[in-house]
Write a protein that binds this ligand. Structure first.
Ligand code: OXD
Ligand code: MN
Length: 599
């Protein structure tokens, strides 16, 4: 963190380095935002959408080489290599600063440097953190305005908090006299760097203008740097949604869920339950900052103030609330455009139009073999437009957490839901999380699970072994009875024919109901070698057409499959090395023993 007293000096140093033509301090007002949007439309960098169909909304189209987070250009530059651990790309901080300083030198020539003071978390929350991002991209400014609390008000808060995370960003495309500024300036791949300096709590990003590479408050600050601060300060920065679940009697509980990217976190956070009387409301869809308060309970805040959601696949069927949220005042990137200037993407409701402009701005028709919208096309919208926003979402106090869900896409092995025996067993479940296995054959596929502990693989700013240990330590910091219960869910189990066994979407509320009841000490469960399973009949299946056979398959625990899974996990644990906590190897051996004794 950098001291408030050093703010002006830091900015002056960066101005001297990047030599922008102008410096603009963003006030974060609506007027300023509209001015920027108008300027971008005028300069051909934004398309205003049909105000009758999508009022206040704009579309943007990135360079085809700059379309997603780039993990292979993301670096943790800790002083000691071993502090970055085996899951991060390490660079020597002195070397990396030298390389990047050369790139930044003069990189904002012909451009304006925008200074954005922004706050991650509600004003007045003990956990909230301030960042100051310097950027030469207006696209980044208008997105940061939605995704964070940005503007002059943050400077007042800075006088109280006294420190901030400096974030420097340049698209890496200086303009000489007479140069034409392209629609989406960016640097070639080998010049792109998303760099984190964990000791200094400093972020430097160069060469990309897209999403998590450029909106530095999100993945860089709120996850990678915050995970380091959180470990030092005994709290947790996690890749989790926060939802409020209310039962028909009006009692509410708050639940966290960690799923890898593109496993439906946004959809689950806005779910419309199919079981009568139950309600889901949203606190956050991507990031949770969690701490233990004096009462011994865990509380969480959502550090963001907007949704940066994947557009592709979003529809009234998959997420009606998101569709309503994005009906106005929304920024879209790399979607397709209809002839009447509205948005379209694969998976949206309705017929595929006969003609579109695709995300590369070329004519498109259904005969084309390329997708019309980029698979990582995005919408950016303020949380305030979510029709089911929980009233507590902006509370500086956070919300009391009753349950933590972990999960991923697992076509085999993992049942629809199981509950951990203890906190440590739950951390073990989080450590074994993995993303979809694509290989067809069973034995091959076990080696192909991409382990993604707590969905944090690309976002832990330090050694993964230390990270898992931090989870275990957090469990020691309070009475075990006050800790949230941990559950492993798998909506994605398939039968032999490759069909999903569980209908998903709103029907997931049936599983949430059992979780709620378990947290209330009411839901019935039976122990199994892998954890507690719902007792027969404990999951409410009323008015759901699902065969008994299907339910059996959803909950089948095949010891042979699980022992293979444990073999894969051991190999993964070996890659973590000596920093892997002994407690997790112990959980693994206990599970193995239980499985062996069960057949
Ligand atoms: C995201 C991600 O954009 O996880 O949220 O990649
Ligand atoms: Mn995410």
């Amino acid at each position: 963190m950098t001291s408030y007293d050093d703010l002006e000096m830091w900015i002056q140093d960066m101005v001297d380095l990047c030599t922008p033509d102008h410096v603009h301090w963003c006030d974060g007002s609506e007027e300023e935002n509209q001015r920027f949007l108008d300027e971008m439309v005028l300069n051909g960098k934004a398309m205003k959408l049909n105000p009758e169909k999508r009022p206040g909304s704009y579309a943007f189209f990135s360079h085809p080489t700059d379309v997603a987070r780039i993990e292979n250009r993301t670096f943790i530059a800790s002083i000691r290599e071993e502090d970055a651990g085996p899951t991060n790309q390490w660079r020597d901080p002195i070397e990396l600063k030298k390389t990047m300083t050369n790139l930044y030198r003069g990189s904002m020539k012909g451009r304006t440097m925008y200074v954005m003071p922004f706050m991650m978390g509600p004003f007045g929350s003990p956990l909230s953190k301030i960042g100051i991002q310097l950027t030469d991209s207006l696209y980044v400014v208008i997105h940061t305005k939605i995704m964070t609390r940005m503007g002059t008000k943050v400077l007042d808060e800075l006088k109280i908090k006294k420190s901030f995370v400096p974030c420097l960003h340049s698209v890496g495309y200086p303009l000489q006299m007479g140069d034409i500024d392209p629609e989406w300036p960016c640097a070639p791949l080998e010049q792109k760097f998303i760099a984190h300096f964990p000791e200094e709590k400093l972020i430097w990003s160069y060469g990309s203008g897209y999403g998590g590479n450029a909106l530095l408050g999100k993945k860089c600050l709120a996850l990678r740097i915050a995970s380091v601060i959180a470990k030092e300060e005994h709290w947790m920065a996690e890749h989790m949604l926060i939802m409020k679940l209310t039962n028909p009697s009006g009692q509410s509980k708050f639940i966290l869920a960690a799923f890898p990217s593109a496993c439906g976190k946004t959809n689950l956070s806005m779910l419309i339950p199919t079981i009568p009387g139950w309600k889901v409301e949203t606190v956050g869809d991507d990031i949770a900052w969690i701490w233990i308060k004096e009462d011994g309970h865990m509380y969480a805040i959502n550090p963001e103030s907007g949704f940066f959601g994947v557009a592709k696949g979003t529809s009234f069927k998959s997420n009606a609330n998101a569709m309503l949220a994005i009906s106005k005042n929304t920024l879209f990137t790399n979607v397709a455009i209809t002839d009447d200037h509205d948005v379209w993407w694969e998976g949206i409701d309705g017929e595929t139009p006969a003609h579109l402009m695709d995300w590369t701005k070329k004519d498109w028709n259904p005969k084309k073999t390329t997708p019309a919208a980029h698979p990582n096309s995005r919408f950016t919208v303020s949380t305030s437009q979510c029709p089911v926003l929980a009233k507590e979402w902006n509370s500086p106090e956070g919300v009391l957490i009753s349950a933590i869900l972990v999960g991923g896409r697992r076509p085999t092995t993992i049942p629809l839901i199981h509950e951990s025996f203890t906190w440590n067993h739950g951390v073990f479940m989080g450590s074994m999380m993995g993303s979809e296995i694509t290989a067809a054959s069973l034995s091959d596929s076990y080696g192909m699970v991409r382990r993604d502990p707590f969905a944090m693989l690309p976002f832990i700013g330090y050694h993964v072994g230390d990270y898992l240990n931090h989870w275990l330590e957090m469990g020691q910091r309070t009475d075990a009875t006050l800790l949230p219960k941990i559950f492993y869910v798998n909506w994605f189990r398939k039968n032999q024919e490759g069909q999903f066994l569980w209908p998903g979407f709103g029907e997931n509320s049936r599983v949430l109901k059992w979780i709620f009841e378990r947290c209330d000490g009411k839901g019935k469960a039976v122990p199994s070698p892998i954890g507690y399973l719902p007792a027969p009949g404990a999951i409410d299946l009323s008015h759901l057409e699902i065969k008994e056979e299907q339910m059996k398959e959803l909950f089948e625990i095949n010891p042979k499959e699980w022992l293979l899974e444990m073999d894969g996990l051991k190999k993964y644990y070996d890659t973590i090395g000596s920093k892997l906590p002994d407690a997790l190897r112990f959980e693994l051996s206990m599970l193995e023993t239980r499985l062996k004794n069960s057949h």
